[in-house]
Write a protein that binds this ligand. Structure first.
Ligand SMILES: [Zn+2]
Length: 296
């Protein structure tokens, strides 16, 4: 499916923390004046700055998606990526990968892996790193970990660097997707915005609550006969019969009634650019369709 490009959604987003935020650096800093738990940094045009790695965001979205899929009651919808039974280790997947049959690898993978990938399958959803826009400020907080067994201090005290001011801008790309994948993305965004999903360290301390705002969404679809305004086609609607069967896609992979916007004809593609409100509406519409997808 990656040899073709049927559809793509690109979202430029803002992340506004509304509680202290700490996305930890994986490496220890050689500088002893820095806190034990430091916010991850990189060298930006303005010097050293904090940032949120795309891999952290993808992790947050993936684990939310896995939880939702398991809630629908079936383990087969989301494997344990670190477990022995994970899709990347399934015999059917290994055999298909050896034969170079990427359609079969996709078909045999669980829904979470279809969206986020595994060792033998490239995911459909990717995030860029998110960088601060404008000024930002961090503070040092002190913490201890209490042993559940004895009630005494188990670890610490340690110091943590938390972000208390500033917001981030990043982008995500969902490519060659099925409509349910856009729906799960919409659901994850809603869950962040309701404070049910958090980012980074110290969730039990109330850290990591953020709001994700769509700044701009661009929807690109292959220009094919039958595509009407206000309609979004998933990969299954674009695929031919043989491809649909090979990948296990649905022919009714369509989302109707999305904002029409002002589509631009780019020759082989049609691109619609949405502002914040309309972009959010597309995500919501896709999330609302999940019920019918899961047979609810
Ligand atoms: Zn899986």
């Amino acid at each position: 499916m990656h040899r073709k490009r049927w559809n793509a959604v690109h979202v430029l987003f803002e992340l506004h923390p509304c509680s202290p935020l700490l996305v930890k650096s994986g490496t220890l800093s050689p500088n002893p004046s820095l806190p034990d738990m430091q916010f991850v940094r990189t060298q930006g045009p303005q010097g050293e700055e904090v940032f949120i790695p795309g891999s952290s965001l993808k992790g947050v979205f993936r684990s939310f998606t896995e939880r939702v899929l398991r809630t629908f009651g079936e383990e087969r919808l989301a494997c344990d990526p670190l477990g022995k039974e994970s899709c990347g280790r399934k015999k059917e997947v290994e055999d298909a990968a050896k034969q170079g049959n990427s359609a079969l690898v996709y078909r045999e993978s669980c829904l979470a892996c279809k969206m986020y990938g595994h060792t033998r399958l490239r995911g459909r959803l990717s995030f860029t790193d998110a960088f601060p826009e404008g000024s930002w400020k961090t503070e040092i907080r002190y913490g201890v970990a209490i042993s559940r067994l004895t009630g005494a201090v188990a670890v610490g005290p340690f110091d943590m660097e938390v972000l208390v001011e500033g917001h981030f801008v990043g982008s995500l790309l969902l490519e060659n997707f099925e409509v349910w994948q856009l729906g799960l993305l919409g659901l994850a965004v809603r869950s962040l915005n309701e404070g049910l999903t958090r980012v980074g360290f110290g969730k039990s301390r109330g850290f990591g609550e953020v709001r994700m705002r769509v700044r701009e969404m661009s929807l690109e679809m292959a220009k094919v006969a039958g595509l009407s305004p206000g309609e979004l086609w998933g990969a299954g609607a674009f695929a031919g019969d043989a491809e649909r069967k090979a990948y296990g896609l649905r022919s009714d992979d369509r989302l109707k009634g999305i904002p029409e916007g002002a589509p631009r004809d780019l020759g082989v593609y049609v691109r619609t650019v949405y502002g914040p409100q309309e972009g959010q509406e597309v995500l919501e519409r896709a999330a609302e369709c999940l019920g019918s997808f899961f047979g609810g």
